[in-house]
Design a protein around this ligand. Structure first.
Ligand code: GLY
Length: 392
């Protein structure tokens, strides 16, 4: 175990001046990126520091639109609003024509682009797009097992499983219930997180990445990793999805039993951080390892802790806010990009996927920026500066 909570609290915390300086640097890069990334989108990860322009495909494009909305909120500059609205039209087209949506990642794609647009500007087309996406996601709900199937064709035996990342897709369903008055969406989301937390959280408070469900009985069957180092290791980003995912469901459901779950998943994450507080891509690796980092996991965890702190008693809120500010300090100093000539991304040192003996991945986006790392970094900065009303 690399950290105790007491040692963690001895690290410097991000103060307003540092956060504002980091935000200004990030906004400058976003502004410079807009001419290329308005009609098109950044690739999921950078290549030697630079994103390439792609169509609106994969699970990752919504993060960039979310970054633009955050830049708009901070600056109130309509240039950002106009660019984000162009992208909202692209998301409407994507869901209407079912382009690359045979998966569960509707929340990542549509909460940060279209729900955000509707919340910030009342854009009705954005609301329609987000509702189409929520309906599409609801179509992946499996009554046998009560969960949302992550990948593959719905009901396909080889892919009858859930993954921890899906917790971030649930807010789209909670939002759909709120905006339509139809409680079915939230009901599915609530069932999904119940099923997920029953099987993905291990006794030592680490988490499985994915868990298969028995198609005949609906009972949890067995866990395997997809992007972690081992089936039984804790993939750093997966653990972070757990932290923020539980906080987001708590926001909507206020189920007190989730407080303990949040503490377990979060305390594991904090206690296994290396000495410089930037996690390696899997918690199998610790201080001194030459394995790559995943800065995005840290940014996601910071957002989750800052969200959950709103609902905790003062002592626990102070604990998690304190931890979040310290990790944010480390992120700003070690990973916050301030040099557009070096990268057109915001958060350096992420890892999309790293191959290992037990996973099925190829190296991808190793020690690079990725769009979700950029987004959660901007969200963490925003949360530190304002009483932010979230897009989730
Ligand atoms: N949700 C996919 C990932 O975190 O890589």
């Amino acid at each position: 175990m690399a950290q105790t909570f007491d040692t963690l609290m001895k690290y410097p915390a991000a103060d307003e001046g540092l956060v504002r300086e980091a935000m200004e640097a990030a906004i400058g890069i976003v502004r410079a990126d807009l001419p290329v990334f308005t009609d098109r989108f950044p690739s999921s990860n950078s290549f030697h520091g630079f994103y390439e322009a792609t169509e609106n495909v994969e699970w990752t494009t919504g993060f960039w639109t979310g970054v633009i909305w955050l830049a708009y909120e901070y600056t109130k500059d309509d240039t950002f609003k106009e660019a984000a609205c162009v992208q909202v039209d692209s998301f409407f087209h994507r869901i209407e024509n079912k382009i690359d949506v045979n998966h569960h990642d509707m929340g990542f794609l549509f909460s940060l682009s279209c729900v955000a647009a509707h919340k910030l500007t009342g854009n009705e087309k954005a609301r329609q797009a987000a509702l189409m996406a929520a309906n599409h996601l609801a179509g992946r709900y499996r009554e046998k097992g009560k969960f949302l199937q992550a990948w593959g064709s719905v009901g396909e035996a080889a892919e009858y499983r859930l993954i921890i990342d899906c917790l971030l897709n649930l807010p789209l369903l909670y939002w759909a219930s709120e905006t339509t008055g139809n409680g079915q969406y939230a009901h599915m989301a609530e069932n999904h997180i119940r099923t997920a937390m029953k099987c993905i959280l291990r006794e030592d408070d680490s988490t499985y990445h994915t868990y298969f469900i028995d198609m005949e009985t609906g009972k949890p069957s067995y866990g395997v990793t997809h992007q972690g180092n081992r089936n039984n290791s804790a993939w750093a980003r997966g653990q972070a999805w757990g932290i923020y995912g539980i906080a987001l469901s708590f926001h909507y459901l206020k189920d007190e039993s989730y407080i303990r779950l949040f503490e377990r998943v979060t305390d594991f994450f904090l206690c296994h951080l290396p000495k410089d507080l930037i996690p390696y891509w899997d918690f199998d690796f610790d201080t001194g390892s030459t394995e790559p980092r995943d800065s995005s996991a840290a940014a996601i965890a910071v957002c989750g802790m800052l969200e959950m702190a709103k609902y905790l008693d003062a002592k626990k809120a102070e604990k998690y806010t304190g931890a979040a500010k310290r990790i944010l300090y480390a992120l700003i100093q070690a990973c916050g990009n301030r040099e557009p000539a070096k990268s057109n991304g915001l958060l350096l040192h992420g890892t999309y996927a790293r191959d290992s003996k037990e996973n099925t991945c190829k190296n991808r986006g190793v020690d690079e920026c990725n769009t979700w790392g950029d987004y959660f970094y901007m969200e963490a900065l925003t949360r530190s500066l304002t009483d932010w009303e979230m897009y989730w």
